[in-house]
Design a protein around this ligand. Structure first.
Ligand SMILES: [Ca+2]
Ligand SMILES: [Ca+2]
Ligand SMILES: [Ca+2]
Ligand SMILES: [Ca+2]
Length: 288
């Protein structure tokens, strides 16, 4: 009888295959430790069952075992050992942070757990969460996640921008933190790109949602953004006394705002008068 890993037979003789020479069976190639039908040698998460082998960021590590599932980091470096890779860790030199939720939107919409607060249903198409209705506020949030220290990371592609001036002349999309569902704006914070066609404004904003147009609660840059067809990475950090909105196309544009009136809430995303495809969302908790 031969067992995996054996290099000798029951009699202690080296195993030799006449066709290929000595067989060094190191537990491969057809072993499947996690029984997900993908052999270890081919499995992008050899110890976690993931038959579909989804790898959102294409770095060779499957989503379910990647320590930055939305950010390409083949080295998987994790300097502080908290299971969140350096490439995405909110505090790469301080342990205690965690990935609370990752969605690559490979499944149908009913499995994502995101709920509409305002607007139309979103669909999952081409590996992304898609909203094409530009007629009203489209607010999506996770009712099952409430945190006081969180990062909302989302990659959002702007598919279309409402061309006419019907209704509000503002168009925008971005992430929400400390959100309380129930109204168009409600409470919480947004990390957003806003465009105002009437005056050619095209800014990145960090705002408190219940007073988003009042100077002092909204910080902005003047940097042009919102290009149709471009994919942007939003990294929205929110905790008492510290808040950052980073939006990256080719280079990061960061808006800081120390305001943090609210103490906790739900993560979310939204679009207003733009069509978007959200390729992934990762929610992190930030340790104390
Ligand atoms: Ca696996
Ligand atoms: Ca990956
Ligand atoms: Ca990764
Ligand atoms: Ca880490």
């Amino acid at each position: 009888m031969l067992t995996d890993g054996a290099v000798v037979d029951d009699g202690g003789n080296p195993i030799v295959d006449a066709a290929v020479g000595p067989v060094i069976d190191a537990g491969a190639p057809n072993d499947d430790d996690d029984n997900d039908t993908v052999p270890n040698a081919l499995d992008n998460c050899p110890t976690i069952a993931n038959t579909q082998q989804w790898d959102e960021d294409g770095d060779g590590e499957g989503d379910v075992c990647d320590n930055c599932p939305g950010i390409s980091n083949a080295d998987q470096m994790d300097g502080d050992g908290d299971q969140v890779g350096d490439a995405c860790d909110p505090r790469p030199t301080v342990s205690g942070d965690a990935i609370v939720r990752f969605d690559g939107f490979h499944d149908g919409p009913s499995s994502t757990g995101w709920e509409v607060s305002t607007g139309s249903a979103w669909t999952v198409t081409n590996d992304a969460l898609v909203q094409a209705d530009r007629s009203t506020w489209q607010l999506l949030y996770r009712p099952d996640i409430t945190l006081s220290r969180m990062v909302v990371e989302a990659s959002i592609t702007i598919d279309s921008i409402e061309p006419s001036g019907t209704g509000s002349v503002w168009r925008g999309t971005g992430t929400l933190s400390f959100y309380t569902p129930g109204s168009s704006l409600g409470t919480g914070y947004e990390c957003t790109q806003w465009q105002q066609i009437s005056n050619s404004m095209n800014d990145v904003y960090f705002c408190r949602l219940d007073d988003a147009t009042t100077a002092g609660y909204c910080n902005s840059t003047g940097s042009p953004q919102m290009n149709t067809g471009s994919e942007y990475l939003y990294v929205h950090t929110q905790m008492p006394g510290e808040a950052t909105c980073s939006i990256t196309e080719s280079a990061a544009i960061v808006v800081n705002d120390g305001d943090s009136t609210y103490s906790s809430g739900n993560p979310g995303v939204f679009a207003y008068q733009v069509g978007v495809s959200i390729d992934h969302i990762t929610i992190y908790s930030i340790g104390q």
